[in-house]
Ligand binder design. Sequence first.
Ligand code: C5P
Length: 221
Amino acid sequence: MKKLIIAIDGPAGAGKSTVAQILAHRLHYNYIDTGAMYRGIAWKTIKSDVLNDEVAIGNIAQDINIGLHYGDGKTTVFVDGRDVTAEIRTPEVSRIVSEIAQIKSVRDAMLKLQRKMAGCGGVVMDGRDIGTHVLPNADVKIFLTASIKERAERRWRELTEKGFKVNLEELEQEIMARDKNDSEREFAPLIQASDAVLIDTTTLSIQEAVEAITKLCEERK
Ligand code: C5P
């Protein structure tokens, strides 16, 4: 049976990683969370204290050793051998990651790496520019979205469960700012690919979104 390449893009908090991980688990595919890669660079930028130095950040992206280990429906993220799965999800990293992701040298380094990681199929990759730039020949392209209110509430629940004290309104503002940065940047902005299928999860459950994508995958096999 043909091993598909599945690209899932969309704004922050639309449910991409949850849907992608369930799908990958169901199809016995690999899952690649490209947002985690940009977050890994942002995390290392903070640790290296080079926040305002684009050249230094570009060098970090060039040299960084990012490991994404997907198994049992979840991903563990390593940066230079250290498990940073929790550390890359802090509000501090979320606040700066889209600035880092705008830098051309950072995107070039990640594009190369992500194409290599996708291999020759049997993969679900999610992010912002997968269907448009990274894997333009993907067999299935999804643009997953939801209303800003719904996305902010989901992130609030997720962070609160992890023990972070966050304000819902501030979170909504931060997500809107990140979406704006991601959509308006010069290189590989967040945009729905012309051949992507739009799925709105505002009123759709995660399971319903997974079913819709599974159906599309069966049609493309
Ligand atoms: O998916 P997640 O919210 O973890 O992504 C964090 C940030 O990484 C995004 O807001 C975006 O700035 C950047 N990103 C990107 N291109 C991707 C994936 C993520 O620019 N393919």
